[in-house]
Design a binder for this molecule. Structure first.
Ligand code: PEP
Length: 251
């Protein structure tokens, strides 16, 4: 556990403008002293990747995409290839965010194929998984997550998983202001790590598991202190520099 770094990832979703992005990113860069064991990444709409490369190029703050195609190239109008993210300096990309699963019908198999494309270009996929409120209330959390994780483990194998990041994002906690409780978060994260341990103890020990769902400065300290939480995937609060930095300081 001591070996795992913390990752604080800001998912801007479909927000931003050239002017607003520059103000936000300059505020992040003005933060003097983050622990070297904490890495920051901003996950931005694809049209802004070039701007991130220009503004963040020499900094310690990484950038990445919010989605990636499950295909390498070709007649896939509107999609963005992993090689294109790579060309614009991305280190990470989100894969399987619940908003894409819900709005675009992405399946576990497609999500795994997207992760494979990312890995093929040496991008680190941030693999999102989590249950809906309906599934939680029906007592199906473990069943849903076992399937989501199972497909990833099958397709990516240990070799792919060790180069990935997991993000537990209960759908009912995303953008609702209602974070999961620390006890709920730790329970699922420990379970995820246990599942990874069945593949290999080394994977379980090394894989970063982020929590996402209404993380903000005010709840970050208790969430980031949990033993199996290795950082946060932050939506709304990542658009406010001081909130995002407060989360990073808590990590
Ligand atoms: C997200 O979009 O991944 C997320 C966790 O959003 P929010 O922090 O706004 O709940």
């Amino acid at each position: 556990q001591l070996m795992r770094k913390k990752l604080i990832a800001g998912n801007w979703k479909m927000h931003g403008s050239r002017v607003a992005n520059e103000i936000l990113v300059r505020s992040l860069l003005a933060e003097p002293a983050l622990e070297p064991s904490v890495e920051l990444v901003v996950l931005v709409p694809a049209p802004y990747l070039a701007q991130m490369q220009q503004l963040l190029g020499d900094s310690a703050c990484a950038w990445g995409g919010q989605d990636v195609s499950d295909q390498e190239r070709g007649a896939f109008t509107g999609e963005v290839a992993a090689s294109m993210l790579r060309e614009f300096g991305c280190r990470y990309t989100v894969v399987g965010h619940s908003e894409r699963r819900q709005r675009h019908g992405e399946t576990d198999v497609q999500v795994a194929a997207k992760a494979q494309q990312a890995l093929s270009q040496d991008l680190i996929p941030i693999l999102c998984l989590g249950e809906s409120l309906e599934q939680r209330e029906a007592g199906k959390t473990a069943q849903v997550m076992r399937h989501q994780l199972g497909v990833l483990l099958d397709v990516l194998g240990e070799a792919g998983m060790v180069r990935s990041v997991l993000a537990y994002e209960p759908v009912w906690a995303i953008g609702t202001g209602r974070s999961a409780t620390p006890a709920q978060v730790q329970e699922v994260h420990a379970w995820l790590r246990q599942q990874c341990a069945e593949v290999s103890p080394g994977l379980a020990e090394n894989i970063q598991i982020l929590y996402g769902g209404s993380v903000k400065g005010a709840n970050a300290v208790e969430l980031m202190a949990l033993p199996d939480v290795d950082g946060a995937l932050v939506g709304g609060a990542s658009l406010v520099a001081q909130e995002f930095l407060a989360i990073a300081r808590a990590a």
